[in-house]
Design a protein around this ligand. Structure first.
Ligand code: FE2
Length: 283
């Protein structure tokens, strides 16, 4: 009961993000607090748990307060001792030697899955002294502010999501041999999806993975996608997370885009654990 009394949930912006203090996720969480945290996740879309220092098995247990674990696509980043957890690091390079910064450019995670992960969790292990923020934009707010004509135009449209869109400015790391066989070829998802827990609509975009829009010429589709992305990534829809040691951050992929920033001293290590939770078919 002491855990309930000390847990505080404080909004981090007018629309996105809440800070959770007074919870130690390495210890059991009772049903009442679990329910409260799950409601907070739906209401705020990003939960920031401060001062957690979790081992991979503890992290695996903690995230299951919110759902079932989703197997991530590229097993070259899996932790050998706990393969459902992957790592995010600035110490990897492309085969040509250029540094690989995972997550640059706005996107939502693994949308090429028929049932994309509802949530992604990052837990900071090592951080640079400055920079390396994660930016989020709220796609509910962006949808609600669209002009009526544009909202009508995108209603009912389906976008094709693939592992690596040929239109993407950012190139993903090549899949490992083992992962290639299990990653889906491509899947159609609605451009507007309804959140299963809140009933709110959101624009469902992903510039890294969307290859085109069903039944629309390529040029027209790319112009429409660019227009939606430019609208949705305006500052009024953003929550920018500045990482602190011990942060565990969980976000809702169904109604947010996010991106990493490679704006820090690359001689410093930035290393986080990543884990995802299963979602449903977007509709
Ligand atoms: Fe991501």
């Amino acid at each position: 009961m002491a855990i309930i009394e000390t847990c505080t949930i404080s909004p981090l912006s007018a629309h996105t993000g809440a800070e959770i203090c007074g919870v130690d996720l390495s210890k059991p969480v009772d049903a009442g607090l679990r329910e409260r945290l799950n409601r907070a996740f739906v209401a705020h879309s990003v939960l920031v748990f401060r001062d957690q220092h979790l081992s991979p098995p503890q992290l695996l247990d903690a995230v299951q307060l919110f759902g079932d674990v989703f197997p991530q696509h590229n097993d070259r980043f899996a932790l050998p001792e706990c393969p459902l957890i992957h790592y995010i690091s600035n110490q990897d390079s492309y085969p040509d030697g250029r540094r690989y910064i995972p997550g640059e450019g706005y996107h939502t995670d693994h949308s090429n899955a028929a049932e994309p992960p509802k949530a992604t969790v990052l837990h900071a292990v090592r951080l640079p002294d400055h920079g390396g923020d994660t930016q989020f934009v709220n796609m509910h707010r962006a949808y609600e502010d669209l002009p009526d004509g544009l909202r009508r135009r995108i209603s009912g449209l389906q976008a094709m999501h693939v592992y690596q869109s040929r239109h993407s400015a950012r190139k993903l790391m090549a899949l490992s041999e083992a992962s290639r066989a299990s990653v889906p070829d491509g899947v159609l998802h609605p451009l507007v999806r309804t959140h299963p827990d809140s009933g709110r609509k959101a624009i469902y975009l992903n510039p890294i993975r969307i290859e085109g829009i069903e039944g629309m010429a390529e040029g027209e589709a790319l112009r429409l996608l660019d227009e939606l992305l430019a609208h949705a990534t305006q500052p009024q829809y953003e929550y920018r997370h500045r990482w602190r040691p011990g942060d565990m951050v969980m976000w809702d992929n169904r109604c947010l885009l996010h991106k990493a920033n490679g704006d820090y001293d690359m001689r410093q290590v930035r290393y986080l654990y990543r884990i995802m939770l299963k979602g449903d078919v977007p509709s």
